[in-house]
Design a protein. Structure first.
Ligand code: SAM
Length: 256
């Protein structure tokens, strides 16, 4: 049966992949193997879904757009979850699928990419790996090293729990409609937490530190550390971007 044409919905961040060569390259980077438990966020019109399903035999997809979810239902091997991905408990989903860990992939809706990344950080222990298409600028911030202009909250928080690499550049013409920005695909491999610390403490620390990234830390973090009655040593004559992830982690661990 022919499906009616779907008009892309901006509010759902819908930019559909239409470039066959890029789709092949993404699937090759993901390297799906038959039987692996995989979850795709935002399958849309199935650009990635079809080749993934072909190789895996079964695939779980999470789609918020009711019209798109309806189109996806009834396909052999496809488990359709019609939901906002931010409400999906990935740890419970892994249990439900009988999988110790999930592989998670998706060409993410760019308007909520950071909330999705932070939501998945809550479920990092239920994930084997992640491959996401994102705005290239966001990936630059995720993988940034200290003392660069891209280094910030996203870099520190995500590098804490993932080894990450940019695996593919994707130009706007690869999508319909084309987004206004360049895109890229990032590979994220969870790693065990190097220090025992409270995530909320690390998050608050990093947020305070980068709230005024041009100022030296004495003026921002200094006050906050005093409020926490921190008595250890920490060089506050630097700016937030000059402090490594390991140092933020050590400080958060000391405060946790
Ligand atoms: N995977 C398709 C492709 O590559 O052509 C579509 C990608 S499109 C950038 C993003 C997809 O995520 C759309 O299908 C959109 O409806 C879906 N989406 C948007 N917000 C969502 C949410 N909160 N939860 C789940 N899916 C969402």
């Amino acid at each position: 049966m022919n499906q009616p044409k779907h008009i892309a919905r901006k509010r759902f961040g819908q930019n559909f992949l239409v470039d066959g060569a890029i789709i092949d390259n993404i699937v090759r980077a993901i390297a799906p193997q038959a039987g692996q438990p995989m979850v795709e966020i935002g399958p849309g019109l199935m650009a990635l879904t079809k080749p993934l399903l072909e190789r895996l035999g079964q695939l779980t997809v999470i789609e918020l757009d009711r019209d798109l979810a309806t189109r996806l239902r009834g396909r052999q091997g496809l488990n359709v979850v019609e939901s906002d991905v931010l409400k999906v408990d990935f740890t419970a989903l892994a249990h439900a699928l009988g999988a110790p860990k999930l592989r998670v992939v998706g060409n993410l809706p760019y308007n909520i990419s950071s909330p999705i990344l932070f939501h998945l950080l809550d479920h990092v222990d239920a994930v084997q790996d992640q491959h996401f298409m994102l705005q290239k600028e966001v990936i630059d911030r995720m993988v940034a090293a200290p003392a660069t202009s891209d280094y910030g909250r996203l870099s520190v928080m995500l590098q804490w729990r993932y080894a990450m690499e940019n695996v593919l550049f994707v130009p706007p013409e690869s999508f319909n409609p084309p987004p206004k920005v360049n895109s890229a695909v990032v590979r994220m491999l969870p790693r065990s937490a190097p220090a025992v610390l409270n995530r909320a403490v690390l998050e608050e620390l990093v947020q305070v530190a980068f709230s005024q990234r041009r100022k030296i830390l004495r003026n921002t973090l200094g006050r906050w550390l005093d409020e926490k009655s921190f008595s250890g040593a920490f060089d506050l004559q630097r700016r937030a971007e000059e402090v490594s992830g390991a140092e933020y982690q050590a400080l958060a661990a000391a405060l946790s």
